[in-house]
Every structure is written in structure tokens, then in C-alpha cells.
Design a protein around this ligand. Structure first.
Ligand code: GLP
Length: 261
């Protein structure tokens, strides 16, 4: 089942998800987090940093795996997902950088980066909770439309739309890399828990397709329908095209206390 939670603001979404992650770390101090980049998960990282500052928890053993990385950007390039994860997650939360992995985007070894990453995830015992954003075309990680639901970490080619969406972070649109290494939909589906966040009207169509549309490789995020423990946390705008919104609100308002996010 996909649980749909509509909140009033991005900050509220961040707080909700951050509390859930902290409960996990409380139970399992070496929890394995699946980390997402993009603007969407930032409120989660901000909330986590705030909660940790107010109420310190030992996060020194927390492990993490990023979803994806561009091919051909040096790790120290500020737009590499390695840099972004360091800047937005590892440093503000005080995680041990040695325990946080990002796919290796080096061009020369890209062919084998996927297998290597899969081995590392398996060796860590799998991902406990995977944070996800969603692209306007329904991609999760960088699994563009047409990605196999069984796919594992591998090199993918970005769509024109994704490159345009991400061009704002680069000096010119031509500087957006063409290839990436991304966890596959199969990798994501193996995570024990999925938390997908989406904000803004631009995501509403992709979200409605993911949650209520047919399970189809044309909307990669619809893979969440196959996951036994997936939750989608949305603001009003991102939820605006859902047909069963009233029901989702009713479910949330009547959530048994033992069934926390
Ligand atoms: C990128 C990332 C995705 C992310 C998506 C949406 O392409 N690879 O993981 O979900 O963009 O980004 P944003 O959250 O900034 O809208």
C-alpha cells in the first residue's frame, strides 16, 4: 500500500520525515539511510539538523547510500552529488563521511560502478529507509521513463527534460552531464521502506500517475505501488491531481497510534 500524507508546508513534511528517521536511528544506531539529492529532501535534512541540535543522538554509526551521481563531474565539483551530499547531509548532521557512499561517477570506470555499488549495499545489509524525490517526468533517482522495474545500479542517459530541469545548477545547459550512475528501480524496491516527497504543482501530474496511475515503466515512480511499505508526503499543490484525496486525509486523521510514519 502507498500511504499518502498531505501536509501544510515543506517544513512540516521535513519535520515528519525527520522524526521518523530519528526513531529508526534510536532503534538501530547503524541504520542504513538511502539519501536523495535535489531540492525536495532539503527540508528533511534541515529538520534533522535542528532536531539533532536540540536533542543530540549518536549518529556516528549511521550509514548512507546516495541514490545517484552524474558521470564525468569531478567529486569536488560543487554540482556533483558527492559534493551535495557532503554539504547538505554529512556536514550539517555530523555523520561519519567514511560511512556515506555515493556511486562512483568517474567516466573511466563507469561501466563497473553499478555492480560495485550493489555489492556495497548488500554488504551493508540493505537500505532501511530510502528517501525519494520525483522528477517532473516521474523519474526517481535518475531512472527515466522506460527503466526496468528490476533494474539495479547502472549507467543511464538523462532525458532532455531532466537535463533542462537541472540546467539551473550549471553554467550553461550544455554543461549538464548526459550520463549518470543511478540506483535502479529494483535497488529502490529492495529498500525496506520508501519515503517519497514532492512539493509544488509541477510535480502534481507525476505524483498522481505514481500513486493512482497504472504501474508502468513510463512513470518510473509508479514502482512504489509494488512496495509493501511506501509513503508519499506531499504539499497541497503536489497532491492536487489525486482522485482519492479525501480518503487519504481520512486515513491519516484516523491513523492508529501504533502505526507511526
Ligand atoms: C534530480 C534527482 C532526483 C530528484 C529530482 C527532482 O534529477 N536525480 O533524485 O528527485 O531531480 O529534483 P527536485 O527535488 O529538485 O525537484
Amino acid at each position: 500500500v502507498t500511504e499518502v500524507i498531505v501536509v501544510g508546508s515543506q517544513a512540516e513534511a521535513g519535520e515528519l520525515v525527520a522524526r521518523s528517521i530519528l526513531r529508526l536511528i534510536g532503534k538501530k544506531p547503524d541504520a542504513v539511510l538511502g539519501l536523495a539529492t535535489g531540492s525536495t529532501p532539503l527540508p528533511v535534512y534541515h529538520a534533522l539538523a535542528g532536531l539533532l541540535a536540540a536533542n543530540p543522538v549518536d549518529v556516528s554509526r549511521v550509514r548512507g547510500f546516495a541514490l545517484d551521481e552524474y558521470v564525468g563531474l569531478a567529486p569536488e565539483n560543487p554540482q556533483s552529488y558527492r559534493s551535495i551530499i557532503t554539504r547538505e547531509v554529512v556536514e550539517p548532521l555530523g555523520l561519519n563521511p567514511a560511512l556515506i557512499q555515493v556511486p562512483n561517477g568517474a567516466e573511466a570506470t563507469a561501466e563497473h560502478a553499478g555492480e560495485e555499488y550493489e555489492r556495497a549495499i548488500v554488504a551493508a545489509g540493505g537500505i532501511d529507509v530510502q528517501l525519494l524525490g520525483i522528477g517532473t517526468d516521474g523519474h526517481i533517482g535518475f531512472n527515466e521513463p522506460g527503466s526496468s522495474f528490476e533494474s539495479l545500479t547502472r549507467v543511464k542517459t538523462l532525458t532532455r527534460q531532466t537535463r533542462e530541469d537541472n540546467a539551473r545548477f550549471f553554467p550553461s545547459p550544455a554543461d549538464v552531464p548526459v550520463h549518470c550512475v543511478t540506483q535502479g528501480l529494483g535497488t529502490i524496491r529492495r529498500a525496506r521502506r520508501l519515503l517519497l516527497l514532492a512539493f509544488g504543482e509541477g510535480k502534481a501530474r507525476a505524483v498522481a500517475g505514481a500513486v493512482e496511475g497504472p504501474v508502468t515503466a513510463s512513470n518510473p515512480a509508479s514502482a512504489i505501488q509494488l512496495h509493501p511499505k511506501a509513503a508519499v508526503i506531499l504539499d497541497e499543490a503536489a497532491a492536487s491531481q489525486l482522485a482519492n484525496l479525501d480518503y487519504y486525509r481520512f486515513v491519516w486523521d484516523n491513523k492508529p497510534p501504533w502505526q507511526q510514519l
